[in-house]
Design a protein around this ligand. Structure first.
Ligand SMILES: [Zn+2]
Ligand SMILES: [Zn+2]
Length: 159
């Protein structure tokens, strides 16, 4: 597989109203984010169309996110798959909004890496969990309740 360095797609033809659509298959490495990291690059499949003055981007991004379980602090790696369904006005520069959709387009270039980063970051779970019914951990001794109990909770009558 060829490594793509820039992840920039020329959408000049679309913006000129050619009515074509562009299919994008790319692989994007992601920076760690607030204690979470991405063990493998995200695969992205996009279809970009123009509709009136809008740019319509649909498709999906798929990767894995790795970090600590919010409840038991165990190591967690989870699949992440996010649908993309964005409408962008390519003529509007949104300097007041650093995460605005408009920022993924500069001139005639769609920055796929930027788009993927934004889509994934906005879809990240607020607290990563090793499983939906994680039992958590003991705040006193650190025992992981998914694997067993501890003496701290046997008779929590602390008088
Ligand atoms: Zn957990
Ligand atoms: Zn304990």
């Amino acid at each position: 597989m060829a490594m793509v360095q820039t992840h920039k797609v020329d959408i000049g033809g679309l913006l000129a109203g050619s009515g074509q659509r562009i299919l994008v298959d790319d692989v994007v490495a992601l920076e760690p984010f607030e204690g979470l990291d991405f063990p493998r690059p995200a695969s992205v499949h996009l279809e970009v169309r123009s509709a009136d003055r809008w740019l319509e981007i649909s498709g999906e991004v798929e990767t894995e996110v790795h970090g600590e379980c919010d409840a038991c602090l165990d190591d967690v790696t989870r699949e992440m798959r996010v649908d993309i369904d964005e409408r962008i006005d390519p003529s509007v520069a949104r300097e007041d909004d650093p995460f605005g959709e408009g920022n993924v387009v500069t001139g005639n270039r769609l920055d796929v890496a930027d788009l993927v980063q934004q889509v994934l970051l906005s879809a990240l779970p607020l607290g990563l969990r090793c499983k939906d019914d994680c039992a958590g951990m003991c705040g006193t001794c650190g025992t992981n309740f998914n694997t067993g109990g501890c003496s701290c909770i046997i008779g929590d009558d602390r008088g």
